[in-house]
Design a binder for this molecule. Structure first.
Ligand code: NI
Length: 182
């Protein structure tokens, strides 16, 4: 317990697909400077680092808020990911997209042990607020565009499984590993 009676949370439990909050449309963040939001951002940073994810959305830890982190870095599961500082993305919007989509392998911390090829726009124009409340307008391409679309889906109650033509198109991570990692 700290002096103000708030329990340090930090490493949060990541909910799995099937939990109702992961199927809900999340609410806009109205007070970026609140202690609740600051604590949530701190906790998400620790949680996604420990889980070795490239992104995490607030609903995945049970908070139905339009907020996610992008934390692209190369890893075994995402060897081609660019190394970037963690971005906090609040109240995001996709303003426009490329016509072109591409298939790429995705997994999700809320769909443990599964991978699938998911079609995403290769380029998107986005806007969002960062944790200081500063507005950003950016064009994201390729892997970063993919993370953004995957995480934004979480804010709209969608996991990558719902993006597949057939749920059985998802394969076991172990099978993926044996087939696609050399
Ligand atoms: Ni996910």
């Amino acid at each position: 317990m700290s002096d103000n009676g708030q329990r340090p949370k930090n490493n949060l439990i990541i909910l799995q697909r099937g939990e109702p909050v992961l199927a809900q449309v999340a609410n806009p963040v109205t007070d970026i400077n609140s202690e609740q939001i600051k604590q949530l951002i701190t906790d998400l940073k620790i949680t996604v680092a420990e889980a070795k994810g490239v992104g995490i959305a607030a609903p995945q830890v049970g908070e139905s808020l339009r907020l996610f982190l992008m934390c692209s870095a190369p890893s075994e599961r995402y060897p081609d990911a660019p190394l970037l500082p963690i971005s906090v993305i609040i109240n995001p919007e996709i303003r426009s997209t490329s016509e072109q989509q591409a298939l790429g392998w995705e997994g999700c911390l809320s769909v443990k042990g599964k991978r699938a090829l998911v079609a995403r726009y290769t380029s998107i124009d986005v806007s969002y607020l960062d944790e200081a409340g500063t507005k950003h307008n950016k064009t994201l391409t390729n892997f970063l565009a993919r993370i953004f679309q995957h995480e934004l889906d979480h804010l709209d109650g969608i996991t990558f499984i719902e993006r597949l033509n057939n749920e059985n198109d998802a394969i076991d991570e172990q099978q993926w590993r044996e087939t696609y990692l050399t």
